[in-house]
Design a protein around this ligand. Structure first.
Ligand code: SF4
Length: 206
């Protein structure tokens, strides 16, 4: 049994180590790690998720800190704000042309390059495992989960488009791969994935 716990510890350490190692790459840039995260977030998220509060949840920070990060990117002309056409009050952020150009020099490119050496099936399995883990952790911490339509319980595929039962709206193909803050993971409907035996067992039981 201790081998399993050692393996689980090792995986947790490696996940944290990879995050730290990638963040150190940001040190060579004039954007901070948080600003890069913000730029990526607004590039990847769907329209209803590109808001300051969704970014604050995604980055696990306060609204105040998230607003400061957003303001810096806005002042530098990398993102721009737009008012919602429907209610005129909610604000959405989009990357500007400069923001998109800037993203092509993303420090995460090095990690992307390494992942590119894995075959498609390995990448899909890796993505599914990490997505399930992120959703289970969000469920455990009672925070918002982020994900894409392909494995969301609200999603029904239809040809190359789809339907979202949460928003009661049809989705175009390019929206289906976007990050969504209303995402609901199948893992959230499976209690044992949120309260794994590892968390229920005292380390003295090993
Ligand atoms: S199907 Fe799920 S992930 Fe897709 S837009 Fe709807 S809530 Fe978001």
């Amino acid at each position: 049994m201790s081998d399993r716990f050692d393996t689980i510890d090792r995986i947790s350490e490696l996940v944290v180590h990879l995050g730290r190692a990638c963040r150190s790459e940001d040190g060579h840039s004039d954007l901070t790690a948080a600003q890069w995260t913000c730029l990526r977030f607004f590039a990847r998220a769907n329209a209803s998720t590109r808001t300051p509060s969704a970014f604050a949840s995604f980055h696990a920070t306060t609204r105040g800190t998230a607003s400061q990060i957003i303001k810096t990117l806005e002042d530098r002309g990398l993102i721009a704000r737009h008012r919602s056409e429907s209610d005129g009050r909610s604000i959405r952020f989009d990357l500007t042309g400069s923001g998109r150009t800037r993203l092509s020099g993303d420090p995460l490119g090095q990690l992307n390059g390494l992942l590119g050496a894995f075959d498609a099936a390995e990448c899909e399995a890796f993505l599914a495992t990490l997505s399930r883990l992120a959703s289970s952790l969000a469920g455990l911490k009672k925070t918002r989960a982020f994900g894409t339509c392909s494995d969301c319980t609200y999603f029904t595929p239809a040809d190359d488009r789809g339907f979202c039962a949460c928003m009661a709206a049809r989705l175009d193909a390019d929206e289906i791969g976007k990050l969504c803050g209303s995402y609901h993971s199948p893992a959230e409907s499976v209690p044992h994935l949120q309260t794994a035996p590892y968390l229920q067992t005292s380390r003295t039981d090993q």
